[in-house]
Design a protein around this ligand. Structure first.
Ligand SMILES: [Zn+2]
Length: 297
């Protein structure tokens, strides 16, 4: 068992621990629980399935990487399929704070990269920060998304973000997590480049049109993809490298296991991820290069 999961297991109710320990210890566990598993946990805890995610937040928080704050936050997103997706905050020492991934962003991008096209709720143990409220307002399901906090009835996102500015104010009707295929091509047989291209084709970049994707390959050859998640308010946008790093982390990896990284983006866009991607990678591993493929319009 890696990360701080052994310790986190001691923080969840004993009746759930014996069921979850082998599930979470399995080498293929990737921070997700199926609806069937959630129902089994509910019957063990003699409670409703909707009450289970709050009890699991310490497990999600075990995935945090916090060299700056030492403040671990866990979040769980529930997809329309009913599957639960863990997320945790991730910080990158020696970079500017804007590179930080919030726990809610991690859980949402985890669900998105796993094929979910909408979320029903987000479960967290402190009210979401303003940055995350704005990030969630970009989602396809923003109007119906429920925020579940401990000891409170679930409330809609717009309760926490009244009079919101969002995609509709800029004429955008297709939200984050909606199914996309930008139909871009690269002539290559390189699997990692093709994975980065796949992420690019899924990316949400309606404001800059800079469709972008990253693929990272780990020491054990596993590949994780990250699509760019742009936001109407610009700053809460989540870069493609960050989305890929969330997937690697949820796969149980340490970031120093990354061996190769490919970034793909459009050649004539008004924004670029190249410099920031190179910069963050240099802090993760001094020898990590960013392989770069630009795509013509
Ligand atoms: Zn936040």
């Amino acid at each position: 068992m890696t990360l701080n999961i052994s310790q986190a297991l001691t923080k969840i109710p004993a009746e759930l621990r014996s069921y979850l320990t082998p599930v979470i210890s399995h080498h293929e566990f990737s921070g997700q629980l199926s609806p069937r598993q959630v129902n089994q946990l509910a019957s063990l805890a003699k409670t409703d399935a909707s009450a289970i995610p709050l009890k699991l937040l310490p497990l999600a928080a075990a995935y945090a990487l916090t060299p700056i704050s030492d403040f671990q936050v866990g979040a769980i997103a529930r997809g329309f399929s009913g599957t639960l997706y863990f997320g945790a905050n991730m910080e990158f020492a020696k970079t500017q704070m804007g590179q930080t991934i919030h726990a809610e962003q991690a859980a949402i991008s985890h669900a998105w990269m796993s094929g979910e096209t909408a979320l029903t709720d987000i479960i967290i143990d402190t009210p979401p920060c303003g940055h995350c409220r704005q990030f969630m307002n970009e989602l396809t399901s923003a109007d119906t998304l429920q925020i579940q906090l401990p000891d409170k009835p679930a409330c809609g996102l717009h309760h926490y973000l009244p009079e919101a500015f969002g995609p509709g104010d800029l004429g955008i009707t297709s939200g984050l997590m909606s199914e996309k295929n930008h139909m871009k091509h690269i002539n290559t047989q390189d699997e990692l480049v093709l994975c980065a291209l796949h992420a690019l084709n899924q990316s949400h970049a309606p404001y800059s049109q800079n469709y972008s994707g990253v693929a990272v390959q780990m020491r054990d050859q596993k590949i994780y993809m990250g699509a760019y998640a742009e936001n109407a308010a610009f700053n809460p946008s989540l870069p493609p490298l960050q989305v890929a790093l969330v997937q690697a982390r949820m796969g149980g990896h340490e970031l120093n296991e990354i061996q190769r990284v490919v970034l793909t983006e459009m050649s004539h866009a008004t924004v670029s991820h190249l410099i920031d991607t190179q910069y963050v990678l240099r802090q993760i591993g001094p020898l990590l290069e960013c392989e770069y493929h630009q795509i013509d319009e």
